[in-house]
Write a protein that binds this ligand. Structure first.
Ligand SMILES: [Zn+2]
Ligand SMILES: [Zn+2]
Length: 159
């Protein structure tokens, strides 16, 4: 299924290294996403170099994700680039980069959970998206400090 991400160690040793630069079907990684989030694009660049008893895989993942903002719930797109480096012993026979890419995507989706650092979220009362509109809920809410003041006066009176 994930042939695009599988590399034979024997073949890499015969060729004395390998360079990969290709798009990976985004559908391979949809499971790495929370419901509502989508992988739009994944591009892999990797260089495999042959050492004395292992192969060093160094590369980068360039990806495009469509995520739901954790604060306002609106969809937004994000792009990022993440480097990786991993060593594989000769005895392993196959190198599969799926887990590395999976972890990078899942982690990045978790970190970039807001449409913007300045996202104002939604009004807890009416649900208005405060990035696009304003509502009167907050200004109409009774001031919690007013209640404490009333209570304080009452205690003074009872004393
Ligand atoms: Zn937002
Ligand atoms: Zn409101």
């Amino acid at each position: 299924m994930c042939r695009e991400l599988e590399f034979q160690i024997e073949e890499i040793r015969e060729k004395d290294g390998l360079f990969v630069d290709r798009d990976i079907p985004a559908s391979f990684f949809q499971e790495a996403m929370e419901p509502g989030n989508h992988v739009k694009k994944v591009h892999l660049k990797a260089a495999f170099s042959v050492g004395t008893d292992s192969i060093l895989a160094e590369g980068s993942i360039n990806a495009e994700l469509e995520l739901l903002c954790a604060r306002c719930g609106e969809q937004f797109e994000t792009r990022f680039n993440e480097d990786f480096s991993e060593t594989y012993e000769f005895c392993e026979s196959t190198i599969n980069l799926r887990n590395i890419i999976y972890d990078i995507l899942a982690l990045s989706a978790g970190i970039q959970s807001l449409c913007s650092d300045a996202c104002r979220g939604r009004c807890p009362q009416c649900g208005a998206n405060l990035n696009h509109e304003t509502c009167d809920c907050l200004s109409n809410m009774p001031n919690p400090f007013a209640a404490i003041r009333v209570l304080g006066n009452k205690e003074k009176r009872d004393a």
